[in-house]
Design a protein around this ligand. Structure first.
Ligand SMILES: [Zn+2]
Length: 426
């Protein structure tokens, strides 16, 4: 079978719409993938799982003094809501969360720089802040050519408590800080709801070693405002082309190809899959994850969550074949993490865009026009060939081991220490 970049881009274009975890649009994308699988003559298995989400009810920040103006904000999903009539408090810009900043936070609605994380939350909670505000976007954006994002209060933060939170455009925050705001009213209300998301799996049984499994995975959901061409319709169509290969060429070991839902909400699809299939994992020898591909301007890397030997094997394979892939032993924030957490080595293939001018993921500019047939076919070729190298080998090239140095990074990523600490406190 020849890899067909044109066919891949056609499928990618078909699923180029916003498809957030647990929505009807995500389900529509799942239907498109399943239709394609059936057209190859295979039968997909679809599994549903429940996810925690929230609906936004109200979001406004009103400056009361020394001037009066209302700004649109989005409430953090799953954060504590303010009263319906709003929360009135002094305003403070805690730009660096220094000791001086924190001494000024008590009883205030606090604007912070950067991504909101557990460390920030703990500091603000201890300092007695009554609500927090984060910023998104860039100073050069106009309202028409940008979107105001919705953030979520992660479970790792909620394990320690909660408070009202909201996100604002950085251009609005600039106006508020420059104007010397002292008193504000925040209205940020959200209602928790349960949604249903889906994973799709196709299994092709191995002809010689059916009990040994190698899987290809990637998420098919996207974030709000994003049509997710680069992240990760590209990985989705790469795995479809790989499935076509193994449908035509029966593998020696069992091949599973998976498309995960709700990755962008915290790897929820792969976590759910692992939970439902834990007893099958002992013979799962490697998970090959593709998350981001297809951009013309960019570069390919492989991040191996496995032993030094597995990393060296992957690197040697790419050199021998002349594939231009930078291989390192490292974790990657994607669906491979829950597998590695259960001892399954994982190899992540990622084609990053140019770090300043060409990375348009998680926004309205993640569009198919920045991708090409040639680029997506090129990545498909080496992901497939690497997979064949593992699946068709006489003896598997490396041990099914996730070494201590990787386990530590995975545990840190999953905030295991913090979650255990929170449990102890309760
Ligand atoms: Zn992704």
């Amino acid at each position: 079978m020849n890899i067909n970049g044109k066919r891949q881009m056609e499928l990618l274009n078909k699923m180029s719409f916003v498809r957030m975890g647990g929505t009807a649009e995500e389900m529509a994308a799942a239907e498109i993938l399943m239709e394609e699988i059936r057209s190859i003559g295979l039968e997909p298995v679809i599994e549903e799982f429940e996810i925690e989400d929230a609906e936004l009810v109200a979001g406004q920040l009103e400056v009361l003094a020394p001037f009066n103006k209302k700004y649109v904000v989005t409430a953090y999903k799953l954060s504590e809501s303010t009263p319906e009539e709003g929360l009135v408090a002094p305003f403070y810009y805690a730009e660096n969360l220094t000791a001086v900043d924190l001494a000024n936070c008590k009883g205030k609605i606090v604007l912070v720089n950067g991504f909101f994380n557990l460390d920030m939350f703990k500091k603000l909670q201890k300092a007695g802040a009554v609500a927090f505000i984060t910023m998104s976007g860039t100073m050069l954006e106009t309202e028409e050519d940008s979107d105001l994002f919705t953030r979520t209060m992660r479970d790792t933060i909620r394990a320690f408590g909660n408070m009202p939170g909201a996100n604002i455009r950085i251009t609005d925050a600039f106006e508020i800080v420059a104007g010397g705001a002292t008193q504000v009213k925040l209205t940020a209300i959200n209602t928790p709801i349960t949604r249903t998301s889906h994973n799709i799996t196709v299994t092709i049984e191995g002809s010689e070693k059916p009990e040994e499994i190698v899987s290809f995975g990637g998420h098919f959901d996207s974030v709000e405002f994003s049509k997710g061409a680069h992240d990760n319709a590209a990985g989705s169509v790469i795995n479809m082309e790989i499935l076509r290969h193994f449908a035509e060429n029966k593998p020696k070991r069992t091949v599973q190809v998976m498309w995960y839902g709700a990755e962008e909400m915290g790897l929820l699809g792969s976590k759910a899959w692992i939970k439902a299939h834990e007893d099958e994992l002992k013979n799962h020898l490697c998970m090959i994850n593709t998350d981001m591909a297809g951009v013309v301007i960019g570069y390919d890397v492989a991040r191996v969550i496995g032993t030094k030997e597995a990393t060296a094997h992957c690197d040697a394979f790419m050199r021998r074949k002349g594939y231009n892939v930078g291989v390192t032993q490292e974790i990657y924030s994607s669906d491979s993490i829950p597998f590695a957490d259960k001892g399954v080595p994982a190899v992540n293939f990622i084609r990053f865009g140019h770090h300043v001018g060409g990375t348009f993921i998680h926004c309205r500019n993640d569009l198919a026009k920045f991708l090409s047939e040639q680029s997506i076919a090129k990545t498909t070729q080496f992901v497939l060939d690497y997979g064949i190298e593992l699946i068709e080998s006489e003896v598997f090239p490396f041990e099914r081991v996730v070494p201590t140095e990787m386990v530590e990074k995975v545990d840190k990523y999953l905030a295991k220490k913090e979650l255990a600490e929170a449990k102890k406190d309760k």
